[in-house]
Each structure stands twice: as C-alpha cells, then as structure tokens.
Design a protein around this ligand. Structure first.
Ligand SMILES: *[C@@H]1O[C@H](CO)[C@@H](O)[C@H](O)[C@H]1NC(C)=O
Length: 226
C-alpha cells in the first residue's frame, strides 16, 4: 500500500514497482525459494534410506571433518563426499524437468530449426541431467559422478539443475548454501532409516509429478545420534 501511495505522490502512474508486482514477487520468492529446496531435501533423505552405505560414508566424513560443532557453509569445501551426494541428488531427482518457460526475444535458428521471435521455449533439463553421453550411470544414484579418482569434488558441465544462461535461477547460491546446511545438520544429528517393516528394496523412487517431480508420500525414521 505504502508503495502505491508513494507512487501517487510522486506522480508516477506506470511504475513496475506497484503492490500487484510486490505481491507476485513475494509469492515467487516463497514458492520458488522454499518449495524447491524442501523437495530436494526430501529426495536426499529418501536416497539416504534407500542407500545406507552411502549414508554411512556421508556420516563418517562429517564426523571426521566437523564432529559435533555447528556446521558452517565454509565446511563444504572440506566435505567432498557430502557435496557429491547433494549434487547427485539434484541431478537424479531432476525436480524441475521442464525448468521454467522462456520466450525467444528475437528470431533464432537453433540446430537447423527456425524459432520465431516470441515463441515459448522450455529448456528440457532431463535431456542433460540424465544424458547417457555425459553420465556413467544416468539413471542410478551414483555420487562418484562428482568425484575424481582421489575423492576430490569434481565439477561437471552437464550439472545444470538451475538451468543456464541469463535467465537461470537467481537463487542458485542461496539454494546451494541452504541444501548444504540443512542436509549436513540433519545427517549430523540423525540416522535415517525406512520405517519398521519396510526394507531398503521397498523404498520407492518413482517420482510423483505435479509439473515438478516429488517423492511419493512416504515415511522414514530419524534416530537421534546426539
Ligand atoms: C503494476 O504494474 C504492472 C506492470 O508491471 C501492470 O500490469 C499492473 O496493472 C500494475 N498494477 C497496478 C495496481 O497498478
């Protein structure tokens, strides 16, 4: 409201900085900034209960490098295995397979195809995140995709869950920090297992699609370690 009053006082009637746009921006901030991170964390915990040996390795590294003190963002560079597990979670979970709709700002010819100015374009992230020419095991949870032979973290060009180009996700660095802090702190405090009576083989990784890809509704146990 105050924004509109200021605009009226200043005599500007066509500003983008109005209440309607403020509301839309705040909704976007919450929808894009929290839903994606929580969905990725749910996938990460699901992978941990499905693959307990990988969870062992994450916790061994965390215990060795950080111990019981509070996890900090700077710890990420000393936790290459955890970093690889988080990247592999984002790659395999592929939570926004269509990314977001874009529009061509001018006529373009791309790989022999003419695309007229103003055409809606979806950058299909599945095609790169699950590309069999880029990944040794495209359909498996394989953190070694992001590790060199000495166990150092390895950047991969085909890792683009935040899309690419000038209109890629503006929240990338915030999301990466959040995923790291939340995942590391959860794994520092809890051991995650399937609920009693459910075996690891029964843990279902088939995504539930609502445009974005979520885990199926499921239960898991968090056993306190501290
Ligand atoms: C706010 O600005 C947008 C353009 O950015 C315009 O479409 C909309 O009608 C404006 N809303 C109000 C309440 O002025």
């Amino acid at each position: 409201m105050t924004a509109d009053i200021h605009l009226q006082e200043s005599g500007i009637s066509n500003s983008h900085y109005n209440t309607t746009n403020l509301l839309a921006t705040v909704i976007n901030l919450f929808a894009a900034g929290t839903g994606t991170t929580s969905t990725t964390l749910r996938w990460a915990l699901l992978f941990m209960i499905k693959y307990p040996k990988i969870q062992d390795e994450v916790q061994e590294e965390l215990n060795r490098v950080v111990g019981v003190r509070q996890v900090r963002v700077q710890d990420r560079q000393n936790l290459p295995f955890m970093n690889a597990v988080i990247h592999e979670t984002q790659r395999l979970a592929n939570i926004l397979p269509l990314a977001l709709a874009h529009k061509t700002s001018q006529d373009v010819t791309f790989q022999g195809h003419f695309i007229e100015q103003g055409t809606m374009v979806f950058p299909l992230l599945t095609s790169v995140l699950h590309d069999e020419h880029e990944w040794e095991k495209p359909e498996s949870f394989h953190p070694a995709h992001f590790l060199d032979k000495d166990g150092n973290f390895l950047k991969r060009d085909a890792f683009m869950p935040f899309s690419a180009g000038r209109r890629m996700c503006p929240g990338e660095s915030l999301a990466k920090a959040e995923l790291f802090i939340f995942f590391a702190t959860l794994l520092q405090h809890f051991r995650f297992t399937p609920p009693p009576g459910v075996s690891e083989e029964d843990v279902d990784l088939t995504p539930h699609s609502t445009g974005s890809l979520h885990p199926q509704p499921h239960q898991l146990c968090a056993v306190s370690l501290m």
